[in-house]
Design a protein around this ligand. Sequence first.
Ligand SMILES: Nc1ncnc2c1ncn2[C@@H]1O[C@H](COP(=O)(O)OP(=O)(O)O)[C@@H](O)[C@H]1O
Ligand SMILES: CC(=O)OP(=O)(O)O
Ligand SMILES: [Mg+2]
Length: 429
Amino acid sequence: MTSRATRVLVLNSGSSSLKYQLLDMRDNARLAAGLVERIGEETSRLVHTPRPDGGDADGGDADGGDADGGDADGSGKRERTGPIADHTEALEAVSAELARDGLGLDSPELAAIGHRVVHGGLKFTAPTVVDDAVLAEIERLVPVAPLHNPANLTGIRTAQRLRPDLPQVAVFDTAFHTTMPEHAARYAIDVATADAHRIRRYGFHGTSHAYVSRKTAELLGREPADVNVIVLHLGNGASASAVAGGRCVDTSMGLTPLEGLVMGTRSGDIDPAVTFHLKRVAGMSVDEIDELLNKKSGLVGLCGDNDMREIRRRVDAGDERARLAFDIYVHRLKKYIGAYTAVLGRVDAVVFTAGVGENAAPVREAAVAGLETLGLAVDAGLNAVRSDKPRIISPRDARVAVAVVPTDEELEIAQQTFALVDEGRTVIA
Ligand SMILES: Nc1ncnc2c1ncn2[C@@H]1O[C@H](COP(=O)(O)OP(=O)(O)O)[C@@H](O)[C@H]1O
Ligand SMILES: CC(=O)OP(=O)(O)O
Ligand SMILES: [Mg+2]
């Protein structure tokens, strides 16, 4: 008997987390999904959900940890807490959980492992089968994605060790943004210096921006080529993009994932001279400034919390610091909506996605408040509906649709991975 390997394991390694999904590409069914968080701390936690779409569970969220996480009844969810030192240990723990369900990494049905890789520079414009040269290039880009590329590399190397025979496919956050025109991608600095050091806007979260902009066209009942969309990917990291006819024409993240919107722990846009000032006047080292802007800024720097749920709780309780953090976050969003409206000329939809964008109705409401002159408004009733389906939340007669479209980076990575390895593939006995 012969069978074709049709499963793909997707690994999304973040700086302190590992999200994973195992999918069967015949019908895109999720066979397992989960999350390891707080890697490197004493209180690491692994949440594993077998058959996340199956049974009568409420559909939950793909990341298995963004929503309130309380759907205990009958979903078969398993949780394990205790120290997990690094991404190698995390993947070994995930592998053990999968094996308990008969879905171990040794399965002959596994066709490939797909990895989210955050920084691919300009070299990688499409999903790529990993070899030594690809690994070396991802490594070379560590200085411009210091929170992400090292974790991505560990994920790939550990997966290679566990299944040396399988294709490992890298799917790059930067790939979707490589269509940006030069006038959007270049910084206005000395060209020779910029070119010598490959300094330019690369943009990130591209897999999500691509998926969500395509789904938005579907939601509007139109072809992606006919639709102009502003995508607001608001997770822990956050970025905006302007997508014209399916191609990215501008995005808020830059050389690194630090630029642009206010994020959970990152400052987003600041005057670059702040860094000189911190060095020359405050006496901080470059590494200290790096840590300040990447890990101790954004929402956490402003109010001590980076989780929008907690910030909203505090705002509702009258906490002034949380209120100011929320207002700064929203003000930056508004600026990007305005800027990208100007960049696109005609906007068909403004779309919210990722943990904050999909769940935080007050953020969506505040971000478009007062933007009626741009044709933007939300319907309070529609905005309040909680759902994991793509939906329009603007009034029926609105000139520009405002929408919520849940992202699914893992599905997109799995599809791109499978498309690559399945081309011309021979049947496995
Ligand atoms: N129900 C909710 N209400 C408001 N914000 C939420 C909710 N659920 C999740 N979030 C926000 O989403 C963030 C995580 O988003 P996510 O897209 O999973 O980020 P990442 O992929 O970068 O880890 C959390 O830090 C929190 O701020
Ligand atoms: C690029 C980036 O910021 O990714 P994340 O949101 O996963 O941190
Ligand atoms: Mg994310």
